[in-house]
Write a protein that binds this ligand. Sequence first.
Ligand code: DAH
Length: 338
Amino acid sequence: MTHPLEQLRDEALREIDSASDGQALETARIKYLGKSGSISAWGEQMRTLGKDEKPIVGKLLNEVRNAVSAALESRAANFRSQMESEALGKMDVSLPGTPHEIGALHPLTQMWQRSIEIFRRMGFALADGPDIEDEWQCFDALNTPPEHPARNEQDTFYLPDGRLLRTHTSTVQIRTMQAAPPPIRVIAPGAAYRRDELDATHSPQFHQIEGLYVDENVSVADLKGALEFFMRELFGAGTEVQFRPHYFPFTEPSLEIYVKSKALKSGERWIEVAGSGIVHPAVFEAVNKARGDKAYDPEKWTGYAFGLGMDRLAMILFDIPDIRLFAQNDLRFLRQFA
Ligand code: DAH
């Protein structure tokens, strides 16, 4: 004879088996195993059973509970995997995927990386300074007092508090010397700003690499050697480099550097790419004054400095006709350097 608990179990299993969805399954669970479910009710009845019957019915009750729970769980798992495969079935694997566009480095960044790599091989360390500077860093310390005409040519943007956007990366020369005694051999890549009208070759924001080398007995020959090496590494072995006398307040003598590039579609011609020279003793003196020592004694130390126009160099190297292209974010332009 089957025990009523066994009948209850069979009934529950049938119901679970024929449940058509999660909702029906839940109804069955409450009906049999819920607080006032019919299987749970047997737990209450145990108290009324006799000593002989109790362990037998207790054991049976446990088995029935476990069997029903397991059936509920396995049916629920069925429903879950059924739902998943239905969802997958609706997915069209032949549809094109979501494209992940691969970015690329901006041509100016590439130019910087190449340049830094060449200077590193010559033993230059990287230096840095802020874009917002004060007049002293940008002009006075670089032997350019307020009445100096060079301030006009390099007019920049002023903040209400009198600070300014640096007109050249030469500010980093001053910062580097303030921070450490000689010898110094650094380059400082960064942005510079000027109140220039925007056209094909001028931009209010442009980019430079500043260089500073201070040691004993540094001469124009050292400057020439380093920059000729740089230009030939960058543009190729046959590249011609010219040094033309010029004037900068912070160097004496001062030289402008020109390269003749074969890369240009518009034809081979001399293009100015940098200013340079031998650091003016007045710059060392200004640094000494700010430091409060004589670390940069102009009788003992000499140095060369240069400021390379990154935009210019990139325009030559990649044959780019217009400086505005660097900032316009036109993907048709940028993709060519990917
Ligand atoms: N600062 C100059 C400019 O932006 C370039 C320059 C010239 C930098 C001579 C130098 C230098 O370090 O020695 O026009």
